[in-house]
Design a protein. Sequence first.
Length: 276
Amino acid sequence: MMEPASRTLAHLSDIHFGKIADERVVGALVEEVNAAAVDLVVVSGDLTQRARRHEFRAARAMLDAFEPPVVVVPGNHDVRAWWHHPVDRLWRPSKRFRKYIADDTTPAFAIDGLAAFGLNSAHGWTIKGGRIRSRHVAEMEAFFAEQPPETFRVLTLHHHLLHLDALGDHDVSRNARAALDAAQRANVDLVLCGHLHRSHVQLVELPVEAGGRTGLVIASAGTATSSRGRGSNKGINFYNRVEIEGAAFTVAERQFDPASGGFEEARRTTFERSLS
């Protein structure tokens, strides 16, 4: 097996244009990511507050300001609200996301040493928790099956695949069990999600009988730029920087400091990979 390549990615979530916390935070985030030699920016949904055109245009401008490639999936706030346009909500929920952000709501990305796949869990027929389509799960598993075994594998979606006690009572996406089992079989290293507006990183032990890796790291990002932080993260903006080096990787949770106008490291957690 070849030695894994060293890679770095940035994980943002719950940007919520329409509820930006500080006019400086977007610029500081873009500046830091562009200066950090990042190979990929992953955005796990909720770019807007109410899926309005001007919010999507602001989100598009931010994405265009990033120098690295970007993988982005929609969140529940990126679909039309019931009271704004019920027909679009039911039948064309991602219409504006596709117009302003990306036509592909299940994006895939691969370079030497790094592969990422995005699941779309935001749909018009669901209100809470999200839903994952079985055909997208199959596409995800097939995509990772094409990657060399040493490749670091990242799965991103907006909602959660399982309940994490540290985050309190929260929703889990419909069809999450099938997606989680497929991620395990595909030897996914890291799941990047959001939705809860709280920064948390955790290694989850998975059953041996399911096959694949028995340990999966889940990084739930706080809100990168909005005023909608919750719990202990109220009033705080976070994003994650993931540093992949050989047989280990580190998730660094970075926090915006209003006093300096920049981001600083709040916590870092290192995990060993199973490359057998």
